[in-house]
Design a protein around this ligand. Structure first.
Ligand SMILES: Cc1ncc(COP(=O)(O)O)c(C=O)c1O
Length: 433
């Protein structure tokens, strides 16, 4: 065997894989063993364009030397220290850099994933009202087709039935608004025209249960993992208004939209709408070391400072909140985003990405195309068609993500016009094939 050959595992059974049919995987295992820039390499040495940016997370592309070196150096200096009532400087430095990128927010509670960020944000929302003597606010409002990760809170406010079916009763006071995927918006470029009225579902919930009972509304400003639905024009603005009128916290789940996907650091800035809490993860460290966070305004955090001074502000935290390796990775990632002008490239490439996707309008079997910044989805007729197209694209040198009937894409934000054309060519061949 040559020195650089990659050894494939003999045992495909010990690793119980996430969101995977283990039988289907074993019948046709697909492996990646290397990555650089916008490409993955297979063990056989084939290159695949990373059309999914890892899983909506490798925003600056793979193998960024500056980030790798920062993680290595941090592991040598301080591999681990917890942050329960004691600190290490790099966690504070990382938090400062993150908050600097998110104007309107003053604090970030650090976690290890998007799911943990969502559950943390929901707990902060409940505890915020309790801290202000308004503890009867217990209802958490989510949306149909929403994905907020897989922990109990996120699953409760999430709206994908398949993800919940195995688990029975979740958070008892979760209610859902309708999703915003409307047939009249098919083939919209960017934000669709129809659907602002769906924000009135929140008014309906308030009328039924009383505003005094509603703690928070959580939405992905652009629904991602449910199939990519950009927000209808006026929809998020209206949600903000209703929340303001009734003292309800608005949480944006920016686990996918954070860190440049729309050409701004976060989607709320692109939209010009300030949420009260924001969840993030994924691109926070360019996906190199797990890290997530909940961004909070001073108004929210300050409500926690009225208890006894010796007691924790919030009875919540993870062993790895502010982990030194993740903190080092986050700082190097923020440096990379700034110095390599990654978000600027996303903004410049978004129109080309949009044109490439919509050039597939008219290909037999394509029933809708949706895009927003550097995210897109091509909807086919059936989930089987999407899975078959995913497999063919893999063989043709492109990774896409099948979600229901759709193929979702969220490539690294370093993509060039040429690479966008290459993706278009592969998709054209695959979908016509
Ligand atoms: C909007 C949103 N929230 C939460 C999550 C969960 O993140 P994680 O898989 O890091 O737990 C995801 C993952 O894709 C997501 O898209």
């Amino acid at each position: 065997m040559p020195d650089d050959a990659v050894q494939l595992p003999n045992d495909l059974d010990s690793f119980w894989m996430p969101f995977t049919s283990s039988r289907a995987f074993k019948d046709n295992p697909r492996f990646l063993s290397g990555a650089n820039g916008a490409y993955y390499t297979t063990p056989e040495g084939r290159q695949l364009i990373d059309g999914t940016g890892g899983l909506w997370c490798s925003n600056a592309g793979h193998g960024v030397d500056r980030i790798t070196r920062a993680i290595q150096a941090q592991a040598a200096d301080l591999d681990f220290a917890h942050t329960f009532g004691q600190g290490h400087p790099i966690a504070f430095q990382a938090a400062s850099r993150l908050v600097d990128l998110a104007e309107g927010f003053d604090h970030v509670f650090l976690t290890n994933s998007g799911s943990e960020s969502v559950d943390t944000a929901l707990k902060i929302a409940l505890a915020y009202h309790a801290a202000r003597g308004d503890g009867q606010r217990r209802i958490l409002v989510g949306r149909q087709k929403a994905y907020h990760g897989i922990n109990f809170g996120g699953l409760s406010v999430g709206g994908i039935g398949l993800n919940k079916g195995q688990f029975g009763q979740l958070y008892p006071s979760a209610l859902h608004m309708r999703h915003t995927l409307l047939p009249e918006n098919a083939f919209s470029r960017g934000q669709p025209d129809h659907g602002a009225h769906l924000a009135e579902d929140l008014t309906g919930i308030i009328e039924t249960h009383g505003a005094h009972a509603v703690a928070a509304v959580i939405v992905e400003p652009m629904a991602g993992a449910g199939g990519v639905f950009p927000p209808p024009k006026g929809y998020l603005e209206r949600l903000r208004e209703i929340c303001d009128q009734h003292g309800i916290l608005l949480i944006f789940d920016e686990v996918i939209t954070g860190f440049g996907r729309l050409g701004t650091p976060f989607c709320y800035q692109h939209m010009g709408i300030q949420p009260d809490l924001m969840t993030a993860a994924k691109g926070m460290t360019n996906a190199t070391v797990p890290m997530g966070g909940v961004f909070a305004t001073a108004k929210v955090r300050d409500a926690f400072l009225n208890g006894p001074a010796a007691m924790p502000d919030l009875f919540h935290g993870y062993t790895y909140s502010g982990h030194p390796l993740a903190a080092a990775a986050a700082i190097a990632t923020m440096d990379t985003y700034r110095d390599d002008r990654i978000f600027e490239n996303a903004k410049a490439m978004a129109p080309h990405f949009e044109d490439m996707l919509h050039s597939l309008n008219g290909v037999p079997g394509v029933v809708d195309i949706r895009n927003f910044g550097m995210v897109g989805a091509i909807q086919l007729e059936t989930p089987d068609a999407a899975r078959a197209a995913y497999a063919k694209a893999w063989d043709a040198g492109l990774i896409v993500r099948p979600i229901g009937e759709s193929l979702a894409m969220s490539p690294p934000l370093i993509l060039t016009e040429q690479q966008i054309s290459d993706i278009g060519e592969i998709l054209n061949t695959v979908l016509r094939g």
